[in-house]
Design a protein around this ligand. Structure first.
Ligand code: SAM
Length: 289
C-alpha cells in the first residue's frame, strides 16, 4: 500500500463523527475537502453540508470516488452535492475554483463563505494551511486532521511559539480539538494525530495581517520573525543582530520601544509583540533584496 502520498485512511467511525460534529455543518454550507481518499469523510460531508468540492491527487482514487458518488443525469437520481477534482491541491488555481463555485453554484459573493474539512496528507500540512490563509478567499473555518506534534505547534500558546505558530496565528485563531490514535487509520501510520480548528480573522475583527498590510508589508513582518527564530537557543537580541547585521545596542533599542525585554527569547513573543517589533525596523525595499 503506497503511503508516499500520505495515504492512511480513516477507519474509526467515532473519530469521523467527532470531525463532523466539530465542523458544525449547515444544510447550505459549501465545503472543500483535500485528499478525500476512499471517501469516508466525503460521504458524511455530503450528508451534512450543501455542497462538497473534493480534490484528490490520486487518479485511481478519484475515479473510484466518481463511481461511488455518481452525478445525476439531468432531472434524474444521483448526486449533485459533490464535485471531485483530480489534481494536486498545491497546483490548482484555488482563487479561480473558489470564485467559480462560490459565485455561480452557491450564489455567494463574499469570501469566508465556505469551510475546509479534511484529513489532509501530512507531508504538505504547512503549504496547505498557508494556501488557504493567504488566498484572497479564505474559508470561515478549517477543521483539519494533522500530525499530533504539528497540531501542538500550530496551536502553541505564548512561551512555546515557533515560526509555524506565528505563521498561522498571524492570520487566524487556532485550537486543538482532540487527539486521534494512530490505530484509527489503515495502514497504521508511524505518528499519532490530532484534529485542529483554524478560524481566519475576518475584516471586521482586528486581524494582524490586515492591520499590518496597511502600515507595513507582511513580507517585512516575516523577515523579522525568521531572523528572531534563526538560532533556537539564542536570545532574541543576538538572533536579530546577527541575522539582520545590526549592532546589538540598535536591536536593544528597538526591543525596548516594542516593550520587549532584552533577554527574551523568540518563543516568548505573541503575534502582537512581533507586529510591534517589526514596525520598529526600517522597511526593506524590494529592489535591495
Ligand atoms: N480523507 C481520507 C480519509 O480520511 O480516509 C484520506 C486521507 S489520507 C491521510 C490523504 C489523502 O490525500 C490521500 O487520499 C492522498 O492520495 C491525498 N493526497 C496526497 N497528496 C495530495 C495532494 N497534493 N493534493 C490532493 N490530494 C492529495
Amino acid at each position: 500500500m503506497p503511503t508516499k502520498l500520505g495515504q492512511n485512511f480513516l477507519r474509526d467511525k467515532e473519530v469521523l463523527e467527532k470531525i463532523i460534529e466539530s465542523a458544525d455543518l449547515k444544510a447550505d454550507d459549501f465545503v472543500i475537502e483535500i485528499g478525500p481518499g476512499e471517501g469516508v469523510l466525503t460521504e458524511k460531508l455530503i450528508e451534512n453540508a450543501g455542497k462538497v468540492l473534493a480534490i484528490e491527487i490520486d487518479s485511481n482514487l478519484a475515479s473510484a470516488l466518481d463511481s461511488r458518488f455518481p452525478a445525476s443525469p439531468a432531472g434524474g437520481r444521483g448526486n449533485d452535492k459533490v464535485s471531485i477534482i483530480t489534481g494536486d491541491i498545491l497546483k490548482i488555481n484555488l482563487p479561480e475554483i473558489l470564485r467559480g463555485h462560490l459565485m455561480s453554484i452557491m450564489d455567494i459573493k463574499c469570501p469566508y463563505a465556505y469551510k475546509v474539512v479534511a484529513n489532509i496528507p501530512y507531508y504538505i500540512t504547512s503549504p496547505i494551511i498557508q494556501l488557504f490563509l493567504e488566498t484572497k478567499f479564505p474559508p470561515s473555518e478549517m477543521i483539519l486532521m494533522v500530525q499530533k506534534e504539528v497540531a501542538e505547534r500550530i496551536c502553541a500558546p505564548q512561551g512555546k511559539m515557533s515560526i509555524l505558530a506565528v505563521s498561522v496565528q498571524f492570520y487566524a485563531n487556532s485550537e486543538l480539538l482532540f487527539y486521534v490514535d494512530k490505530k484509527s487509520f489503515f495502514p497504521i501510520p508511524e505518528v499519532d494525530s490530532a484534529v485542529i480548528k483554524i478560524t481566519p480573522f475576518q475584516p471586521a475583527t482586528s486581524s494582524p495581517a490586515l492591520l499590518l498590510s496597511k502600515e507595513k508589508g507582511v513580507k517585512d513582518f516575516f523577515r523579522i520573525v525568521k531572523a528572531g527564530f534563526s538560532a533556537k537557543r539564542k536570545i532574541l537580541v543576538n538572533n536579530l543582530s546577527h541575522s539582520l547585521k545590526l549592532e546589538k545596542y540598535e536591536v536593544e533599542e528597538k526591543l525596548k520601544k516594542a516593550g520587549i525585554g532584552p533577554t527574551q527569547r523568540a518563543q516568548e513573543l505573541s503575534v502582537e509583540d512581533w507586529k510591534k517589533l517589526s514596525l520598529s525596523f526600517p522597511h526593506k525595499r524590494e529592489s535591495s533584496e
